[in-house]
Design a protein around this ligand. Structure first.
Ligand code: FBP
Length: 695
């Protein structure tokens, strides 16, 4: 008997210590890696060249609210041979730069810090980099740490925002703005770097405007796994093809979903319903589709484009216009999904994988209307009452009663309410968990919290109901392989050709046989056999025939999954490591050359690294008015999936192949896990590679 070690001895055993040490080979390899720097950053110093060739249509409100930065141009970064001269002195003068992460984590954030840190220390070893803790709250409350070389080295190429954390507070009141300004002045900041999504970069523009008088520069960095910060100028020229973190999150989701494709096509009994993050835009879902070829992937932007031809024709015949024919309804969406499920079942495939973007409901007609109306109602309530809507009405029933009251008021002729009886009736038809979801508290930017709504449950609930109807109507059947049928009957000494025409609607015509629509139970099966004279009244159905029938009865079994936070926390792909490190270098070079109100970006991301071009994009030019918390606000325009893009068109044209509603193998693609080294990983998002073709 080997000796049993005491727990203390076990824990101090060198092999135990080695294998459970957090400093594992992956960590060592990642933290040791130094991403390459774009050519321009190898020069001793840089300068900015304003580029007039890009054109933006600036919003009038932005002109009024951001006069100090609205005239900014795109800034290209050019290397300078020597460090002499006035600009070079500016470049190297001692600076204090503060960094804040804002919004959800995105893989690569630490490399933005590493890039800024390395460039700053190279320009002047006395430069100081500060990190605001817990997001914008850190600025408001002056919670800050100095970022040291050791901290940077421990986080190079590692995921998350763990070094300084993040938060979702918006600096949206004059009080918060004043406190932020006070902090930046107290810390003698030369520049503030806001690493965030569209809303945070919007914040960066307002901070830049506010602090211009103090000589404090503000630079934004395009971060979000959602991929909805993509910048083109008014002529369609792409300046920033993708925000950072998107590639990693999509690869992480695709790896997990690719594995589900393998499992489901092995076990052949489940439909896996995969909700993937992406608050509104379906970029992540599209990339996952391209990476995995899952059987069905819904793309919100595509659904929004849907027109119900039958309704349009009916209306045209009546000489009217039916506006509800434009855009998809929940009911129709569930029909589209059912169609795929029924078609796969017809060729014997009772399994599959469906990808649903978490923000899909934003593109569904009736839900979009609810979200807009409820945003307005909640925002109105909050501005006119001391106690907020969610505090006052903590229970669902209280909220519903409040809505009912609004509906009554509208019937009595109150012009102020946006909620009428029809809204109330439709809303009351929704399941309680979904009503609760739609009434959830909006985030500080006024965004609807899609990640917390069980979108998949709403849609799949309707799918299940409709499949049941189709099953009862005999339109949803599992196809029986003709050879299997033949073998099963022959083995029992029965003549397949005798029973075939009675049982199947496509007897002898297809490799998969479909039981007739009229046969939907053992009773109707017996009736069919009796009517055909194969079986006498009351006689038992031959066992092999009953077995075949039972196999044709569909059973829709699902497993649901949510891919979001896991991908957001992944260690970055090599693409994101290199991208973010160069974004960090870009930030410092914008700061060192006096820029403010600019967003750091890398042009030609879709191309080879040697063609990458670091630049600054004027944030104010990207802004437009959008509904937030029931009001129009100036924000950076989100980029949604362009249904005319190559990436979408490829996915659309492959839809039938990927659905694989035909006999034989599925067309799944295995992207494999994110690997820091080796060749298994695509070196950039497939979306980017496709969209660059022919440009
Ligand atoms: P950002 O836009 O801040 O990068 O966050 C994106 C996101 O990950 C969405 O995909 C998701 O809907 C949301 O954050 C989740 O928010 P939370 O972290 O508050 O649950």
């Amino acid at each position: 008997m080997p000796e049993t070690l005491s727990t203390d001895k076990l824990l101090s055993h060198p092999e135990v210590m080695r294998v459970i040490d957090k400093v594992n080979p992956e960590f060592i390899e990642r933290t040791a890696y130094r991403p390459p720097a774009c050519d321009v950053f190898t020069a001793p110093a840089t300068e900015l060249i304003g580029d007039d060739s890009y054109y933006f249509e600036t919003d009038r409100e932005a002109q009024a609210l951001l006069p100090g930065i609205i005239g900014n141009k795109v800034q290209r970064i050019k290397g300078k041979a020597g460090s002499e001269g006035a600009t070079a002195k500016d470049y190297t003068h001692c600076r204090t730069i503060g960094i804040v992460f804002s919004g959800g984590p995105a893989p690569g954030g630490h490399n933005v810090i590493a890039g800024i840190y390395d460039a700053a220390k190279k320009a002047n070893p006395e430069n100081v980099i500060l990190g605001f803790l817990m997001g914008p709250d850190g600025i408001i409350e002056n919670e800050v740490i100095e970022i040291t070389g050791a901290m940077v080295d421990a986080h190079r190429n590692m995921g998350g925002f763990t070094m300084i954390k993040t938060g979702r507070t918006k600096i949206d009141t004059s009080k918060k703005m004043a406190l932020s300004r006070e902090t930046c002045k107290k810390l003698n900041l030369d520049a503030l770097v806001v690493v965030g999504g569209d809303d945070s970069n919007t914040n960066a523009a307002f901070l830049a405007q506010e602090m211009a008088a103090d000589g404090i520069q503000v630079i934004g960095v395009p971060k979000t796994i959602d991929g909805d910060i993509q910048v083109r100028d008014a002529t369609g020229e792409v300046l920033c093809a993708m925000s950072f973190g998107f590639h990693t999150a999509a690869r992480a989701f695709a790896n997990a979903i690719g594995n589900l494709c393998t499992d489901s096509s092995s076990d052949v009994k489940y439909w896996h319903i995969c909700k993937v993050m992406g608050r509104v835009a379906s970029h992540l879902a599209l990339e996952v589709a391209l990476q995995t070829h899952a059987n069905m992937t819904l793309i919100g932007e595509d659904l929004a484009d849907y027109t119900d031809q039958r309704r349009l024709e009916r209306a045209a015949a009546d000489n009217t216009t039916d506006y509800s024919a434009y855009g998809i309804t929940l009911r129709h969406l569930s029909r589209v999904i059912c169609d795929g499920i029924v078609r796969r079942a017809a060729v014997g495939k009772k399994y599959g994988v469906i990808v649903i973007p978490e923000g899909i409901l934003e593109f569904v007609n009736e839900i979009q209307v609810f979200i807009l109306k409820l945003n307005t109602i909640i925002a109105d309530y909050n501005t006119t009452h001391d106690r907020g809507f969610h505090k006052t009405f903590s229970m669902l029933e209280d909220k519903l009663e409040f809505l009912r009251r609004l509906a009554r008021q509208s019937e009595e002729g109150a012009s102020t309410t946006v909620w009428n009886r029809r809204d109330d009736d439709l809303f009351n038809d929704l399941p309680a968990f979904f009503q609760e979801g739609l009434l959830m508290e909006r985030d500080s930017h006024g965004n609807f919290p899609f990640s917390q709504v069980e979108t998949d449950k709403v849609i799949m609930g309707m799918v299940k109901d409709y499949l049941e109807i189709l099953r009862e109507q005999g339109r949803y059947k599992v196809g029986i392989e003709a050879a299997y049928y033949q073998k099963t009957l022959e083995k029992a000494g029965l003549d397949p050709a005798l029973f075939g025409p009675v049982l199947f609607r496509n007897w002898a015509k297809a490799p998969y046989l479909l039981v007739k629509a009229s046969i939907i139970s053992i009773k109707t099966l017996a009736q069919a056999l009796e009517a055909a004279g194969i079986m006498g009244r009351g006689e038992p159905i031959p066992a092999p025939v009953e077995k075949i029938y039972k196999k044709s009865v569909p059973e829709f079994k699902t497993q649901t999954h949510f891919y979001g936070y896991d991908g957001r926390g992944s260690d970055p792909t090599r693409f994101d490591c290199i991208y973010t490190y160069n974004l960090g270098l870009t930030v410092f070079n914008l700061v060192a050359n006096g820029a403010t109100g600019q967003m750091a970006a890398i042009k030609n991301l879709e191309g080879d690294f040697s063609t990458w071009e670091p630049m600054g994009i004027p944030i104010a030019s990207l802004m437009h008015l959008e509904e937030r918390k029931g009001k129009l606000e100036l924000v950076i325009e989100k980029s949604t999936v362009d249904i005319n893009s190559n990436a979408f068109r490829v996915a659309e044209a492959s839809r039938e192949d990927w659905l694989a509603a035909h006999p034989g193998e599925d067309h799944f693609r295995k992207p494999g896990p994110i690997r820091f080294t080796g060749k298994s990983e695509e070196d950039r998002p497939i979306t980017l590679a496709l969209n660059a073709i022919g440009r």
